[in-house]
Design a binder for this molecule. Structure first.
Ligand code: ADE
Length: 247
């Protein structure tokens, strides 16, 4: 799987790409990540300017359509597969595990990161990207969001996780998409807190049942919306009292 990141700050990615799971996946040639500097497509040879003041006035700077569109088109042209173009923006559809699964079906993903007050609207109109937001908050740019997308998607690329790891038990994954059950490791007792005895029993059936119950219990408590689509909060923002909460 190939990722192409388009950014004004390519240096941000070096540290992240050089660590852990991602580094190993790149070394094993399971994934490729190419980082492109949008500034290289600036039409202003002297100052490499890529942004300008907004028409109509107002604070901040807007990324110009020309260098952004040119950088995406140049990156796309590097391979026969034009790839799936994602634009990271707080105005996009909300990123969740279902979107991760959808994105993981692509052989190639391009991630377009914005800065400043955003992109000239014609970038969207011309490129028609899949606009994605990682949450209802505003970041200083799309770079951290792009890393979150890569990080989540590569977990679903075959062989990236070792044999012992699996994304099947992860929260939001598997057929039910509940939160994951509690995990324990040595020691058996720590500051008076004991590991649930069933986990030490060696009875795999009983352990599986305990984990299923624990996953259901925590999901009910923390994220009831994951179980039946019920909202955790009312429209007024107050926590809804339900029978289930008091169980
Ligand atoms: N850029 C700025 N804020 C963002 C967000 N919440 N998600 C994705 N990209 C962004």
């Amino acid at each position: 799987m190939r990722f192409d990141v388009l950014t004004l700050f390519p240096e941000i990615f070096a540290g992240y790409l050089g660590q852990g799971l991602l580094k190993r996946a790149i070394e094993r040639q399971l994934i490729d990540v190419y980082v492109h500097d949008i500034r290289e497509w600036s039409t202003d040879a002297r100052h490499k300017k890529v942004d300008d003041r907004p028409f109509g006035g107002g604070p901040g700077m807007v990324l110009m359509a020309e260098p952004v569109v040119a950088s995406v088109e140049a990156a796309r042209a590097q391979q026969a597969d034009p790839g799936h173009l994602v634009m990271l923006t707080p105005q996009g559809r909300r990123f969740d595990q279902r979107v991760v699964e959808e994105l993981a079906a692509n052989e190639r993903i391009l991630l377009l990161c914005g800065r400043y007050e955003g992109f000239d609207e014609r970038v969207r109109l011309i490129l028609r990207p899949d606009e994605i937001s990682i949450g209802d908050f505003v970041l200083n740019g799309g770079e951290v969001a792009a890393m979150a997308v890569i990080d989540a998607v590569i977990r679903l690329v075959p062989q990236v996780l070792g044999d012992e790891q699996s994304s099947g038990d992860d929260s939001f994954s598997g057929p039910r998409r509940w939160l994951e059950f509690a995990q324990y490791t040595r020691p058996r007792e720590y500051r008076g807190l004991e590991v649930p005895p069933i986990l030490l029993s060696g009875d795999h059936g009983a352990i599986a049942r305990w984990r299923e119950q624990d996953a259901l219990r925590r999901t009910n408590l923390r994220r009831p919306d994951l179980i039946d689509g019920r909202q955790a909060e009312t429209e007024g923002g107050e926590r809804q009292e339900t029978e289930r909460d008091s169980q």
